[in-house]
Design a protein around this ligand. Sequence first.
Ligand code: FES
Length: 572
Amino acid sequence: MPNSPESLRSFRWYGTEHLRSFAHRQRTMQIGFRRKDFVGRPVIGIVNTWSEMSTCHYHLRERAEEVRRGVWRAGGFPIELPAMSLGEVMVKPSTMFYRNFLAMETEELLRSHPVDGVVLMGGCDKTTPALLMGAFSMGLPAIFLPAGPMLNGVWRGQRIGVGTDSKRFWDDLRGGRITQEEWGEIEETMTRANGTCNTMGTASTMTSIVEAMGLSLPGASSIPAVDSAHPRMATDVGERIVEMVWQDLKPAGIVTDEAIENGIVTWMALGGSTNAAVHLVAMARRLGRRLSLDDMAAVARRVPVIADMMPSGRFLMEDFYYAGGLRALLWRIRDFLHLDAPTVSGRPLGDTIRNAMVHNDEVIRPLDNPVNHRPALAVVRGNLAPDGAVVKPSAASPHLLEHTGRAVVFDGYEDMSARIDDESLAVDETSVFVLRHGGPVAAGMPEWGDMQIPKKLLRKGVRDILRVSDARMSGTRDGTCVLHVAPEAAVGGPLALVRDGDPIRLSTAEGRLDLLVEETEMARRRAAWTAPPPSYERGYGAMFTAHVLQANEGADFDYLARPGTVKDPSIY
Ligand code: FES
């Protein structure tokens, strides 16, 4: 435990009498600091994912200044470490392709610099798990500072949510129910301010889970990005991380099995994103903890969805904040939580939420009046998904959760885009769309799983059909989508063997996903199958493809997910 300036990790850079330490001090003085500003003080790394290509994080440059204010006040020395920014809607082929890249960058930024504690600034989808995975592996005291959600979108007096309503209006446009002019108005009014998506998509799902796991200050994840409470929270974060360094409070001391379960309980009560299933497994493994899809589904079966938030419900994050925010929701579901779990605040979770009040029972509903009686997650297995797949029943059509229909197969995104609106496509409302080659190895696991409904079905008023893929789906979307099918088609998973017209049966009640084809025929197809050529022969993509794990294993790199010693560079 660092109980003196000399015991700080940063002292090995700044405090010793050596030619190298001379250079470290000299170069810090080069940017205007005095020796007494940084020698013997906890050095706080502020890992910032700001960029103009990550519009959800556009305010994080200012927030870094507010974190600095807190660090200085508490006697620390703040240094900002810019990191790769993963703007969810800008990055192609997918931010998921780069999640592990940012995780690795975070870990190595912290390892290679004189850092004693870290503030992780993120929020846009993959940035949250990436920053934390890296920080977990490095093991320094860490606080996650969520970027905060954007304000409600409003169009012609109606509340509109990013992602959920984008898709709804897109279908309306393609089905001829709104005009091009109206579509243009929606584009201008949907995103009114900085911050992460205003629906209960992956961003707010993950930041809420992380707060419930004890890794953010109480209440932080619900504060809208542009609310004045947000910079005040950032200053508190700066103060608190300095204290955490002296207390030697590290992620491993916070993220217990109970804390992880608190995160899962919260996700289910929120009706959050299926993407959390991949990220939580990856995060847990970084701390040597095992978490399975079945562990998560078991929680989903007992925790009702009480946050009436899009895409499962009606409201948005600004409404959620005014209704009391996450602390109020956690107090309402307190009987499901481990209230003695530690948090970065230094107090157990139960203390941090005690007597938080719900101010609007429509947004955060009573336990006996859930949004619907379907869980936020179900796991299915069968001959089409031997290692599992996930579904979000709370945002699905009830009649499709028990369904048998004939497959319409797409061999990747290009094939789907080319044929989805082809009037001759043999499809009706009972069909089962199958999209393969959207898994981790094939494509970095993008959000292709909520395939578009063909125009000809939209014109008939069909808004949902059963879709099955090895890809993910945006947390902002609804629909009956079986996702993360493992193993994926590109490594020979059974999805590779499906043909047009094959009957597929989904039963979420039985936890089954099966291809109703004789095993002899399956064996014949398996023998004839050959692996698709790799998408990348060099560079990051080649490394990614060679090392990424399957969805049910967290889609981390095999060499990052495992324990092992790493030489400490501060000895040099
Ligand atoms: Fe950044 Fe949704 S695009 S959170």
